[in-house]
Design a protein around this ligand. Structure first.
Ligand code: ATP
Ligand code: MG
Length: 780
């Protein structure tokens, strides 16, 4: 049988074996998710080593993340691969490039101990450059320039290679700044992330002897997630493989999700051209997901015009359909998922208990994580956030919290230091030092130090005016806090300053918003016209939203310190939370995909974009998401999301409509609705079977309470079928005892009416709660 004497072939199917055995010459494995591309790649490494006797140090293997490299190394060490020798050249493009670059740094004018700049350093350099030329760095922000340069580097354009068509970039100065920046880096003996690859390519191109040395060294090259390589990475590979052409790339055009970062799916097509005679192997059997999950994903991705197309099949039993569930709002969604996770963990008659490690929540945008982190913390559910900082550790969140902390306790010197010059208030290091000295001299906190320094003219220039404003702001915010819900029981309520009229009944939520506005912090990011800034503003909105669930700023700050404490990465089973982008290549028995709403997923940016390119990339992202699931895939959306304290009604995302209906099961919460997605959109997300939603649940839900406060979701302009509208007139059209009809439950009599929810005694279905919009009057 297969595998005897060649254990790495154990269990592989014929096509996979072909891919493992074709060790010499160029090979492209083009196959859908879960078909064993990564596993095949590992088997090839074992085959190269054990069958052909290739030392592992002569095998170059490129993975997409450092984490993937680490995992692969671990798995290679055990059965069926049993590779004991270390894979010293397995890593990401960047980590491999650093290694090469250290040895030949002098060929690009660097020393071998060059430093790699982080984004902050990079921005500071660019900013200095921009300012030196007298250009307004508000209108032409450094971030924008950094993004531009990065794009050029991804395309492997050194300053002299940037085409003339880019001449207008960055106020006609882009190319010039780029060249200058590269010079600056060189004089600092530094390079940025993009340089790592670009310098290697430059070295290979200009020094055939060096290139030949590496071509001999890397006798075999393997690349995972090939669909996401950019031009510079492609050139890097092509140069190294040119001699022996022993290159094997595995990928899936349907999973190309880094177009926004310069990845080019076209590289897959170029492969056959650049490596003539390349063998192409397709794998069609999926080993990861059940048929319903696979069919749902395949059906969805068929909506993309630009794709190579492929068949996928599996021979495992059908399993469960993809579950689709609508929630009232984002908090309900988080609550429901928390409950569902716990219920899966407990198990039941039909399903064995599952470990938390086997469950993941994959979000489109990182700001979505907050609701889950909060909820899981509240119910004590262990979780980990993969790839990227947890919500409360993000820069903008920590800044904002710095302001809140100062407002609550002006004694908080750490917070003072953090925000005193953020946004920039014209206070240099010297000025900040002087404040510290003054505070120490008087034995007071920094706020008082600053006040005293100002009083005696110890700070001059434009910084003085701004610092004064900062101090006054803190005073006023603090007074407002004392007057508000944060007031200690026996506090003397001082009259608030006239600047904030009605401050007495200012809610802590509104106060927090004011703080971020008055401090200039929000406008700092608003003026920062870069993609990153947008995400930060989103996160700040999310922060304000989180505040609504607490009674006071103080209570909220306490909660956050708990979240932070929960940080330690102690062992034990945990639910994973990550973005869809970070989930590439991974698999979990249970996958939750929340937030499938227009504007969130697909993202607003992709919707606004001309043409379909953006939407197609989003659809691939959805495909990646669904295909992470092995047994259970649960897609959800919420009808309402609070954005900056205001309700916004959401429409289920278009991808929901595109899922093939026969593979999807709508989970409709009990008693609250009729049929159809529109109905599901109104639900409270309780299990259909257990019928747990009581009226008390409904009325206690934050969504409902909002409604009572007349903050109904704004009506959406389009497609009323799939959105909620609360119509007072429609309500008054019904009377107690009236006979009504609902699509799902049939005929019934109204027993009670509360707001827009009716309790109806259905003739067949029994007593249910339904929204008024989903019943029509019926003849008695
Ligand atoms: P993705 O496109 O998501 O990266 P992939 O094509 O790389 O997916 P793998 O992760 O290699 O797929 O494999 C998916 C799952 O199927 C893994 O759990 C793997 O161990 C399993 N698998 C792959 N091939 C076989 C096989 N021949 N027999 C049994 N299980 C297999
Ligand atoms: Mg893979």
């Amino acid at each position: 049988t297969l595998g005897e004497g060649q254990p790495w072939l154990t269990g592989l199917n014929a096509a996979q074996c072909d891919a493992v055995e074709a060790l010499e010459g160029p090979l492209l494995v083009l196959a859908g998710a879960g078909t064993g591309k990564t596993r095949t790649l590992m088997a090839r490494i074992a085959a190269l080593h054990f069958k052909l006797g290739v030392p592992t140090k002569n095998i170059l293997a490129v993975t997409f993340t450092n984490k993937a490299a680490k995992e692969m190394k671990t798995r290679l060490a055990v059965n069926p691969f049993g590779l004991e020798a270390p894979m010293s050249w397995m890593g990401t493009f960047h980590s491999l490039s650093v290694k090469i670059l250290r040895r030949h740094a002098e060929l690009v004018g660097l020393k071998s101990n060059f430093t790699i700049l982080d984004t902050d350093d990079q921005l500071r350099l660019l900013k200095q450059q921009i300012q030196a030329t007298g250009i307004d760095d508000k209108r032409w922000p450094p971030r924008m320039l950094a993004g531009l340069i990065d794009q050029w580097k991804n395309r492997a354009w050194t300053p002299d290679k940037v085409p003339a068509s880019e001449a207008a970039a960055f106020n006609n100065r882009g190319t010039e700044f780029y060249a200058q920046y590269q010079e600056r880096l060189r004089s600092l003996n530094a390079c940025d992330f993009g340089d790592l690859l670009l310098h290697c390519v430059t070295i290979f191109r200009a020094n055939p002897d060096v290139l030949a040395q590496y071509q001999r060294w890397f006798r075999y090259i393997l690349v995972d997630e090939y669909q996401d390589t950019n031009v510079a990475q492609y050139l890097w590979l092509r140069l190294l493989a040119q001699g022996h052409q022993n290159i094997c790339c595995v990928g899936d055009d349907d999973q190309s999700i880094y177009g926004w970062r310069g990845a080019e799916v076209g590289n897959i097509l170029k492969f056959e051209k650049d490596f003539p005679g390349a063998k192409v192997i397709r794998l069609e059997q999926n080993y990861r997901s059940t048929p319903h999950i696979l069919a749902a994903a395949s059906g969805l991705i068929r909506g993309n015009a630009e794709r190579l197309g492929k068949t996928l099949w599996t021979d495992v039993p059908d399993g469960e359909k993809v579950r689709l569930i609508g929630h009232w709002d984002g908090e309900e969604e988080a609550r429901w998922i928390g409950e569902e996770v716990e219920s899966l963990q407990r198990g039941n008659a039909r399903r064995d208990p599952m470990g938390l490690d086997s469950m993941a929540i994959l979000v489109r945008a990182s700001h979505q994580m907050r609701a889950f982190e909060d909820r899981f913390l509240t119910i004590g559910l262990p979780y980990r956030v993969i790839g990227g900082p947890r919500f409360y550790e993000r820069l903008e969140i920590r800044d904002a919290m710095g302001y809140f902390r100062l407002a609550v306790s002006p004694d908080d010197d750490l917070a003072f230091e953090r925000v005193v010059n953020t946004p920039k208030r014209g206070l240099g290091d010297k000025a900040v030092q002087n404040i510290q000295l003054e505070a120490r001299r008087l034995g007071v906190n920094l706020l008082e130090g600053a006040r005293s320094l100002l009083a005696r003219g110890g700070i001059t220039g434009k910084g003085a005016g701004q610092l004064r404003l900062f101090v006054e702001n803190i005073d006023r915010w603090h007074k407002t806090v004392l007057a508000g819900p944060d007031a200690p029981a026996d506090a003397v309520i001082e009259p608030v300053l006239p600047e904030t009229p009605a401050a007495n009944d200012l809610s802590h939520v509104r106060l927090a918003e004011l703080i971020l506005e008055e401090s200039g912090y929000i406008s700092m990011w608003q003026n920062d016209r870069t993609p990153e800034a947008e995400g930060r503003l989103e996160n700040l909105k999310e922060l304000i939203k989180a505040l609504e669930q607490f009674d006071s700023l103080q209570g909220f700050l306490e909660h956050v310190s708990l979240v932070m404490e929960n940080d330690s990465d102690e062992a034990g089973e945990k639910v994973s939370i990550m973005t869809l982008h970070a989930a590439k290549g991974l698999e979990f028995p249970v996958v939750f995909l929340p937030g499938w709403e227009e504007g969130l997923f697909p993202s607003q940016r992709s919707i606004d974009e001309a043409g379909l390119k953006g939407i197609e990339e989003e659809r691939r992202l959805a495909y990646v998401g669904i295909t992470r699931a092995e047994e259970l895939c649960i897609i959800s959306f919420a009808s309402n999301r609070r954005v900056y304290g205001r309700w916004q009604s959401q429409m289920p995302g278009r991808f929901i409509d595109e899922l093939p209906a026969e593979h999807v099961k709508e989970v409709t919460p009990p008693g609250l609705m009729g049929g159809g997605y529109g109905a599901a959109a109104m639900g409270y997300g309780r299990s259909d079977v257990e019928e747990r939603a009581t009226r008390a649940d409904v009325y206690n839900s934050p969504g409902w309470q909002r409604l009572q406060n007349n903050q109904a979701p704004r009506r959406s302009q389009a497609q009323p079928r799939r959105s909620i509208t609360i119509d007072a007139e429609a309500l008054s059209a019904f009377t107690l005892g009236e006979r009504v009809f609902n699509q799902k439950f049939g005929y019934g009599t109204i027993l009670a009416m509360e707001g827009d929810t009716f309790e109806v005694d259905f003739e067949k279905a029994g007593v249910k709660h339904v929204k008024a919009g989903f019943v029509t009057a019926a003849a008695a």
